[in-house]
Design a protein around this ligand. Structure first.
Ligand SMILES: [Zn+2]
Length: 396
């Protein structure tokens, strides 16, 4: 697998300049997902914001962070930080005796070309799909997806007039807005976006009548308590627009906060309503992996993207991948997405963990003589290269 060129099917990586313009240090390695574990271990969110603020004195921030390190260091979220410290900076651990030296080395290596060195040379990532709400990317490494809510979410008449201005259009009724939304998505596509991203949240069947009423109220400056009805209608409309424009719809499912509100099952009525739309369902809906795998089995227009899963729990990912092989066709699984923003070096650790998981699951099947090593290699290539390449029609 180390020799295999891959597609990284989900990141939040900004343009490289954002990373190289910022100061980095050992605590940058504990930004992003490790935040959840730090806060749950007892750190206040104010202190978290302080510890990742590289403009503030490192010693003070490390003192604030150190008691929590022992609580979080065994979790999957922390592993890529330790792997990065070792693989890129040559430290076997991150602790009170080496954090200054590690920080110095990280800053020295935070120079233009860092994405290429880490993503292309070390990880062998040919293309990484990224989401930062911008299409402003140069080169052929990062390809953006944009939020569906760029057009499905309307909170005020001002939202509508801003969007109309940016497209040189006038919007006075819902039909005008639908035309605007379609042109807006076409513009995102022309800027390089290859998909739209939404979340699996509670929703109802779309009603044009209900949506029109809410739209009129919003445009008249009235407060509406039924804005979700407008969202339901626009979301369903945009899913068809995505199909028409040959763009994939990525769907976040699971994990955050009240994860009942992000359950993959909210999308069960939506998938068959849009048979021509291709959905890339993320994170196996963790922790509802079984329900999500059955969705992947039953709906031809749904792919299962294992992005983020390997660093949530390798155990859960391995058992789920094994069940995926039992239930889901091999061309419908996408094996890796790093899901990071500023700490780009953590993508490598995540990839290493993904390779371990894939090797463990397929290796067991080889041991049980359920497949040959060549078949396992073939499946690995499908998960890490062929499937994301074909779903997103990447020209590589
Ligand atoms: Zn993500």
């Amino acid at each position: 697998m180390e020799e295999m060129e891959i597609v990284d099917a989900h990141e939040h990586l900004p343009p490289e300049k954002v990373r190289t313009d910022a100061k980095v240090d050992a605590l940058t390695l504990f930004s992003h997902y490790t935040r959840t574990d730090l806060i749950t271990s007892g750190m206040s969110s104010e202190n978290y914001n302080t510890i990742i603020d590289s403009e503030k004195p490192l010693d003070e921030r490390w003192k604030m962070f150190e008691p929590h390190l022992e609580y979080i260091r065994y979790g999957s979220y922390a592993q890529p930080a330790f792997i990065a410290a070792k693989e890129f900076y040559g430290f076997d651990d991150i602790n009170g005796s080496n954090y200054k030296e590690l920080s110095k080395k990280m800053q020295e290596m935070n120079t233009p070309g860092i994405y290429n060195r880490i993503l292309r040379e070390k990880c062998k990532i040919r293309i990484a799909l990224t989401q930062t709400g911008s299409t402003d990317y140069q080169g052929d490494l990062l390809i953006p997806l944009m939020p569906l809510d760029s057009y499905a979410g309307i909170r005020s008449a001002e939202d509508v007039s801003k969007r109309a201005d940016s497209m040189d259009m006038t919007v006075s009724n819902l039909d005008d807005y639908l035309e605007l939304a379609k042109k807006g998505v076409a513009k995102l596509k022309s800027e390089g976006a290859i998909g739209l991203k939404m979340a699996s949240i509670p929703n109802s069947p779309p009603s044009r009548e209900a949506a029109e009423k809410v739209f009129r109220d919003i445009m008249a400056g009235k407060k509406s308590s039924e804005t979700s009805k407008l969202w339901d209608f626009l979301m369903n409309y945009l899913l068809d627009v995505a199909a028409e424009m040959d763009m994939v719809v990525a769907v976040h499912a699971g994990m955050w906060g009240d994860f009942r509100q992000l359950d993959s099952k909210h999308m069960i009525p939506v998938f068959p309503r849009h048979p021509n739309t291709k959905f890339d369902l993320y994170h196996l809906g963790m922790p509802s992996v079984r329900d999500t795998i059955v969705i992947g089995k039953n709906f031809p227009n749904v792919w299962l993207n294992i992005c983020w899963c390997h660093i949530i729990s390798q155990q859960m990912t391995c058992s789920a991948l094994d069940e995926c092989i039992d239930m889901v066709p091999m061309n419908k699984i996408i094996g890796f997405g790093g899901d990071y923003n500023r700490p780009v070096e953590k993508v490598y650790g995540h990839l290493l963990m993904a390779r371990e998981d894939i090797a463990a699951v397929l290796g067991r099947r080889i041991d049980r003589e359920m497949m040959s090593i060549d078949e396992a290699k073939n499946i690995t290539k499908k998960w890490l290269w062929d499937n994301p390449r074909e779903l997103y029609k990447l020209s590589i």
